[in-house]
Write a protein that binds this ligand. Structure first.
Ligand code: FES
Ligand SMILES: [Fe+2]
Length: 398
């Protein structure tokens, strides 16, 4: 009798092992293995239209920085603490050729060169030896990008065939507001969980059927309610999945999504439109427990950048939903925030349907090792700015 009771009590939560996150893939600060990997790739900072003469505080890869645009139109990304006596350049004023610190007026250009030291004799004789720490920035596709890695390993700024060439009448819409995570143009810019949550999500075709299509309401399109047959495949510097569905109307469709090293995604249209993909997304690690989902979408000129909801069939914007409404209709944000600020990877049970995530994490782990051993991680081009990376994504009907 007692044995039966004990048997029935097997598997209780009592005495379970202390769970641990996968620190290797989630810590992104300077000097961490994944942080050094991320620093080998250009990362988006903000949409170009959000980089203005008003200085902004921004955190990327665990580093606090100040971003601004000088009077010549050049974007700058500087270490925030003024090299003189450390007040923040957030309080500085932008001028034609740089930013002037509010405290004693030292002025720095977008590459950190000290242009003026007005309180010093002769305008600061040692000025040329003073340099505010800075990072290189470039603009492409309506985004400001930065390279935060070792200067001698700076690769070419990437280009993607999902974004160029533009079709006639199209333009780029750059979104730095994590709309890809919560579906709300007015939702939080930065979401309170690890970049790896969203990165895993990209190679997870099955949640499209469960979370987005059958669990609550149809968030994208009805066709996704069909359980797909999926194959995963490693490609050069990335992983793809091919989700095959037989639709009720007799058509068959392969939905191919692409993940590229280290945090880039190309997901086909969620309206199931046929043809080439029209966007890329980049999951930028803010720090260990926050990320910013940046997207660039090709849109017809003059059209609204994106409707609230990115096609999510929410009855109201995500930001205005009560907790109970979000329980009734959870989406990517709820599922991922539900994993915690950093997931506890030691207690995961990765199964057959998680094969894509396994491939991604192994690719990241190999790339981290390559960087630690002094090599270059995959997917980078050096010197050649003209090469365009092929994104094999799309909805292919047959
Ligand atoms: S602290 Fe910036 S000029 Fe003195
Ligand atoms: Fe999703």
């Amino acid at each position: 009798m007692q044995a039966t009771t004990t048997e029935r009590l097997e598997g209780t939560a009592y005495g379970r092992q202390q769970p641990q996150p996968n620190a290797l893939l989630t810590e992104v600060g300077p000097g961490t293995p994944c942080g050094e990997l991320m620093r080998r790739y250009w990362q988006p900072v903000l949409a170009s239209h959000n980089v203005t003469s008003r200085p902004r505080e921004i955190r990327i890869l665990g580093e606090d920085l100040i971003v601004f645009r000088d009077g010549e139109g050049r974007p700058g990304l500087l270490y925030p603490r003024c090299m003189h006596r450390g007040t923040s350049l957030f309080w500085g004023h932008v001028e034609q050729d740089g930013i002037r610190c509010c405290y004693h007026g030292w002025k720095f250009d977008v590459e950190g060169n000290c242009l003026e030291q007005p309180c010093e004799p002769n305008g600061g004789m040692q000025r040329a030896e003073h340099r505010q720490p800075w990072y290189p920035v470039r603009e492409r596709y309506g985004l400001v990008w930065t390279y935060m890695g070792p200067p001698d390993r700076m690769p070419a700024l990437p280009r993607f065939d999902s974004l160029e060439p533009l079709e006639p009448g199209e333009t780029y819409a750059a979104l730095d507001n994590s709309v890809g995570a919560h579906g709300d143009m007015n939702g939080p810019e930065v979401v309170p969980y690890s970049w790896l949550h969203m990165n895993d999500n990209v190679m997870d075709p099955f949640h499209v059927q469960v979370l987005h299509s059958t669990f609550s309401v149809t968030q994208f399109v009805r066709e996704f309610a069909v359980m797909p047959t999926v194959t995963f495949e490693e490609i050069d510097a990335g992983v793809i999945y091919r989700a095959h569905r037989r639709l009720d109307d007799g058509r068959q469709v392969d939905r191919v999504s692409t993940w590229m090293m280290p945090n880039i995604m190309s997901v086909p249209s969620i309206t199931m439109a046929a043809g080439r993909p029209d966007s890329i997304g980049i999951v930028v690690p803010v720090d260990q427990t926050h990320c910013r989902v940046v997207m660039v979408v090709r849109v017809p000129e003059g059209a609204p950048v994106m409707n609230d909801g990115v096609g999510l069939a929410s009855l109201k914007p995500w930001n205005e939903m009560a907790v109970e409404e979000r329980q009734d209709r959870p989406g990517d944000f709820e599922a991922q925030a539900g994993q915690g600020p950093v997931s506890l990877h030691s207690e995961e049970h990765l199964v057959t349907s998680d094969r894509g995530i396994g491939l991604q994490r192994r690719a990241l782990t190999r790339a981290i090792a390559a960087v630690e051993q002094g090599g270059d991680p995959p997917g980078l081009r050096f010197g050649d700015d003209s090469a365009i990376t092929h994104m094999p994504s799309g909805n292919f009907f047959r």
